[in-house]
Design a protein around this ligand. Structure first.
Ligand code: KIV
Length: 282
């Protein structure tokens, strides 16, 4: 029995919906090895996040990543994950032109990427889309607060909901997503007090990132948590290891070993049998 209470082990959207208050653990992953490691560590949700644009493809923001690129990543992830729920993040521009486009994109994510649910950014203004997807049998995770795809509209990556009016709007957004059928909501970049109020007001689980400790679960970006990302790290990131340093040291040692002739050694080389050596020497 896992901490979420599933006897058979596999995490489903239904189990997540029923896991309010149970400290749901979520993380992003973008390929087979990262997905295997996070699944084996026991996380509950693996998000194939559009943060891939930053941490995998090296863009400054999430806007350029395409659905085809996300599908390629999703296929590696879904081949690796046995237990966690895999959610695909709908990239910018794949659900902004209306319900038909949103349905087409989400269907491709499930059919070609193998994910079990999709996530999309936006609150009340996305509620009818969320409803359509849910009616089509596609589970949806909402995402409100600091929504990176609205970077230009927000005027930068700013903590949202700092005024009473903005906080009320976030609460309304969360309620609209719940009403539309979302099975959970990511709360990103907002005061802990507001995330706490939202978490109390909705019956579906909230998954926080930069939203304090009152959420029903937490999510971090794989590369941030492991010290593999470049550039600015927001203060909510807890870095559990500095893998960049460890990897750099190993790679520098490899470069030195090849240049100095220390690699490969005799033990790392294949050799002929004595018999064949003899035949060749005749
Ligand atoms: O793309 C992503 O990684 C995300 C999470 C940070 C929630 O949307």
């Amino acid at each position: 029995m896992s901490h979420l209470g599933s006897a058979e082990g596999k995490v489903t959207t239904r189990l997540i919906r029923e896991s309010k208050g149970k400290k749901i653990v979520a993380i992003t992953a973008y390929d087979y090895p990262s997905a295997r490691l996070v699944d084996e560590a026991g996380v509950d949700i693996v998000l194939v996040g559009d943060s891939a644009a930053n941490v995998v493809f090296g863009y400054d923001n999430t806007l350029p990543v395409t659905l085809d690129e996300m599908l390629l990543l999703a296929r590696g992830v879904t081949r690796a994950v046995k237990r966690a729920l895999v959610v695909g993040d709908m990239p910018f521009g794949t659900y902004h032109s209306g319900r038909k486009q949103a349905l087409r994109s989400a269907v491709r994510f499930l059919k070609e990427g193998g994910v079990e649910a999709v996530k999309l950014e936006g609150g009340a203004r996305r509620a009818s889309l969320v409803e359509e997807l849910c009616e089509a049998g596609i589970p949806v995770m909402g995402h409100i607060g600091l929504t990176p795809q609205s970077l230009h509209q927000m005027g930068g990556y700013r903590v949202q909901g700092r005024t009473a009016a903005a906080a009320h709007k976030l609460i309304e957004d969360a309620l609209a997503l719940q009403q539309a059928g979302a099975f959970s909501i990511v709360l990103e970049g907002m005061p802990a007090e507001i995330a706490g109020m939202i978490t109390e007001r909705v019956s579906i689980p909230t998954i926080g990132i930069g939203a304090g400790s009152k959420c029903d679960g937490q999510i971090l970006v794989y590369h941030d948590l492991l010290g593999l990302s470049f550039g600015h790290q927001p203060k909510f990131v807890r870095r559990y290891v500095q893998l960049r340093d460890i990897i750099s040291k190993a790679l520098t040692a490899y470069v030195d070993d090849v240049r100095s002739g220390r690699f490969p050694s005799e033990e790392e080389s294949y050799h002929l049998s004595a018999e064949v050596r003899e035949q060749l020497e005749k």
